[in-house]
Design a protein around this ligand. Structure first.
Ligand code: NAP
Ligand code: ZN
Length: 364
């Protein structure tokens, strides 16, 4: 084990900070930052991965080098890659640079790398230290890790409700439960996601835009999951000039004659059942690390039951909708005992003017 002194932590935290600059743009790739010190411990370069197809963090750091890295050290929050992807392997660059120590926070879960990058560095005589700031690095890349391990996208479910736990009136009207501040936070939150999912009924009732209002380019992919395919021929989601839309339908139940209502610019894909896991897998395969479920109770309940949700974001407004038939965020989970209920962890609470925003994680 290496000494966990303050400066090692400081440089790894710097690498993690640099990695976080690619927060909204690296998918399907991970968020990675790298720092290079010379043999005397002075900072001589740094870099981060911005986007797939652009240099990896290590490569950017080597491109930015101000001095010879020979005998120096590197801090990187994820194991350097050793495979030829869109860009050449970073491990080769580290070895040829003459760097003698590499501090890596966590292994890459990608099977093409996973431990092999570290092995190659060690075989080249480089001292490799693994595990510095592990918790922070796991957190930063939790969606990327989740997708690689489970072959499913990391799902966050978001809903807005009144203080009496209602998300819409019995007639489906829900505009607006929360205040402007909360709604504009939702626009910027969406920028962290690769796709936004709703069910067919939310499309029919709300006709949403599901965009970041230009904060992210390209906008996240908009996904509609429908069993019936009974979608309107006019919809904001059918305008693909600012954001792409995909309709995924359950071919065992849908009436395919409705397909003609969907314009050509919208992608259409069929699946064999109404299991939301299929959506999560399709999106993972398309390179979506993190997806936002903005659906109503029907799909939200099914998504939770099939482990598609890893975190929730709830907006609570000081308003009362009342009514036994007003809509709840969820349908029945059929819990009969209190030890069966869903318990959430790590709540983070934020005041949005008069609204409250709570972010919490699932314990699965
Ligand atoms: N306040 C909020 O935060 C918020 C957020 C979202 C929605 N809402 C409100 O919620 C209402 C819609 O609720 P909803 O439950 O009908 O939501 P939804 O988001 O439309 O989800 C249900 C729909 O998803 C499709 N679906 C596909 N697979 C499914 C599955 N396994 N289980 C259930 N549905 C599946 C079906 O579409 P097809 O019917 O097309 O087959 C179904 O009707 C609207 O009034 C909307 O305003 C409120
Ligand atoms: Zn690389």
């Amino acid at each position: 084990m290496f000494e966990k002194n303050v400066s090692h932590t400081k440089w790894m935290k710097r690498a993690i900070f640099l990695a976080s600059l690619g927060k909204n743009t690296t998918s399907p790739n991970p968020r990675v930052g790298a720092v290079i010190l010379d043999k005397n411990g002075n900072l001589i370069s740094e870099g981060f991965h911005y986007k797939s197809g652009m240099p990896h963090a290590e490569a950017m750091a080597f491109n930015n080098l101000k001095k010879d890295a020979k005998g120096g050290s590197m801090y990187v929050n994820l194991e350097p890659c050793c495979h030829q992807g869109k860009t050449p392997p970073c491990v080769d660059k580290v070895i040829s640079s003459g760097i003698t120590k590499v501090y890596i926070s966590i292994q890459d879960p990608d099977k093409r790398v996973s431990g092999k990058g570290i092995k190659l560095l060690k075989e080249a005589g480089i001292q490799v230290h693994l595990g510095l700031c592990k918790k922070e690095s796991l957190n930063l890349n939790k969606a990327f890790i989740h997708r690689n391990i489970n072959r499913k996208a990391f799902g966050v479910l978001k809903w807005a409700m009144s203080i009496d736990g209602r998300i819409a009136l019995r007639n489906g009207k829900s505009k607006w439960i929360t205040n402007e501040e909360s709604r504009s936070l939702v626009h910027s939150l969406r920028a962290e996601f690769d796709a936004i999912i709703i069910g067919g009924n939310t499309l029919r009732k709300d006709n949403p835009l599901l965009t970041t209002r230009g904060l992210k380019k390209p906008e996240p992919l908009r996904v509609v999951f429908t069993k019936s395919l009974d979608l309107p021929s006019k919809s904001n989601l059918w305008d693909c000039s600012n954001a792409k839309t995909i309709v995924i339908y359950d071919s065992s139940k849908a009436n395919e004659t409705y397909l003609k209502r969907i314009p050509k610019c919208v992608e259409v894909e069929k699946v064999s059942s109404d299991n939301p896991e299929l959506i999560s897998k399709i999106l993972a395969k398309r390179g979506c690390n993190k997806v936002l479920w903005e659906c109503g109770p029907g799909l939200a309940t099914a998504a939770i039951k099939t482990n598609c949700i890893q975190e929730i974001i709830t907006f609570i407004a000081p308003k009362i909708l009342g009514g036994e038939n007003s809509m709840n965020p969820f349908g029945d989970f059929e819990f009969r005992e209190m030890n069966e209920i869903i318990k959430l962890s790590d709540p983070q609470v934020r005041l949005m003017g008069s609204d409250i925003c709570i972010k919490s994680a699932f314990q699965n």
